[in-house]
Design a protein around this ligand. Structure first.
Ligand SMILES: Cc1ncc(COP(=O)(O)O)c(C=O)c1O
Length: 394
């Protein structure tokens, strides 16, 4: 018998723990049949070639009998990140870098740095659903700004300016965005900096280019204002299990210094990054490079597969500049929920509905380009055949 425990929980965790209807459906269908799962987001489950011996050797070489309490992480590890920026042609010093255990944690620390409870942060819509959770746990409110689509995705900078009030303390950009894949453009960066707010730019998919975009920029190219770029081993090196991410501060150097001096206190309260992973960072990145390149090739090949399969059908693949996902627009014959549920029930194909990401445009679904190519081809073919059948029945 469950006792009635007189404990009061915070409103931040007062959600309904019952799985939603779609999750329940996924669970029940997967109990009876093998699914073609086009939602994969864990690179360690994607049959990529990891250099296991080199990764193990990198960890084995770490110092295991030492501890130094360093709020920003070890200078050695931060220099590795500075070197990474140099390889991209960007002059960044280790002083501009702070480490955390994950990008998600970096968001939480930055929300603490900039916001009081009830303050607001502007975020793109559609985008990564975890942002809402991360904000909630910091008692921060999110306000959506729209990404427009006219054959390519872009930030509607004018609409953002109208959302700025004195409760708004920062703006988030995801570049390439998850799942729409649009990268931050120079003009967008300038317009966002002109809002006079700190810009948190999530660049975890930055290494995964799906097409060349001439005017795309890294946020650290900012020469004024305050910018914090986020990245980590989780996506950049396909190593989410290692738990190391980095924030890179850029913009006006005086602002950077003031912000980092305050952040130092926040990070000092947690000291969350493990010593061994910092020690091994350089070697881990070297060992993971082939895996990343293999994934880059797979993402591009998979996008071509999706295009081949969708060509001439009622399914339209939306423009994507980078990242791990493709967005498919479906015909307006049934609701998004019906499309994804029927696909699951009738074809055993699992895709994510657009509403996971708050798409205004409907119906759309999201497929992961991380999936092994044969599985992606067969799942996309089943999806397109199903859509064509529905169209013929109308
Ligand atoms: C856009 C975006 N940012 C951040 C993260 C989280 O990264 P981390 O594993 O470093 O917390 C994800 C994970 O999927 C993501 O899609």
């Amino acid at each position: 018998m469950i006792r009635d425990i007189p404990v009061v929980f915070s409103r931040r965790v007062s959600f309904d723990p019952t799985p939603n209807a779609f999750s329940q459906l996924v669970r029940s269908v997967s109990e009876t049949a093998q699914l073609r799962d086009l939602t994969l987001s864990n690179p360690t489950r994607a049959a990529l070639g990891y250099r296991k011996q080199e990764l193990s050797a990198a960890l084995a070489a770490a110092r295991v009998d030492r501890y130094a309490a360093e709020s920003f992480g070890s200078l050695e590890a931060r220099e590795v990140i500075a070197k990474l920026w140099h390889q991209r042609g960007m002059a960044v010093s280790a002083d501009q870098v702070a480490l955390t255990a994950s990008t998600s944690e970096a968001y939480a620390q930055l929300f603490k740095l900039f916001c009081d409870p009830g303050d607001r942060v502007l975020v793109p819509r559609p985008s990564y659903p975890l942002l809402a959770e991360l904000a909630k746990y910091e008692a921060v409110e999110l306000v959506d700004y729209a990404l427009g689509y006219d054959g390519s995705w872009h930030i509607d900078v004018e609409s953002i300016a109208r959302l700025v009030t004195d409760r708004v303390k920062a703006v988030v950009v995801v570049s390439p965005n998850n799942p729409t894949g649009n990268r931050l453009k120079r003009s967008e960066l300038e317009a966002l900096l002109n809002l006079g707010l700190p810009l948190i730019c999530d660049e975890v998919f930055g290494a995964y280019e799906l097409q060349e975009v001439a005017n795309a920029v890294w946020a650290v190219e900012a020469r004024h204002g305050l910018v914090i770029s986020l990245d980590g081993l989780s996506k950049f090196a396909c190593l989410p299990q290692m738990k190391l991410a980095w924030m890179t501060f850029a913009g006006d150097s005086a602002l950077v210094e003031v912000a980092m001096r305050r952040l130092e206190f926040v990070l000092d309260a947690y000291l969350s990054v493990g010593g061994p992973v910092q020690d091994s960072l350089d070697a881990l990145l070297a060992a993971a490079e082939d895996t990343r390149l293999e994934l880059c090739d797979r993402l591009k090949a998979n996008l071509r597969i999706v295009d081949d399969v969708c060509r001439g059908s009622a399914v339209t693949r939306l423009d994507v500049e980078g990242g791990w996902y493709a967005v498919l627009r479906l015909p307006n014959l049934m609701t998004e929920d019906d499309w994804v549920s029927q696909l699951l029930l009738q074809r055993r194909v699992l895709v994510q509905p657009g509403w996971f990401y708050d798409f205004e445009m409907q119906p759309v679904c999201v497929v992961s380009l991380l999936v092994e190519s044969e599985e992606l081809r067969s799942g996309t073919e089943a999806l397109v055949q199903f859509v064509q059948l529905q169209c013929e029945a109308c």
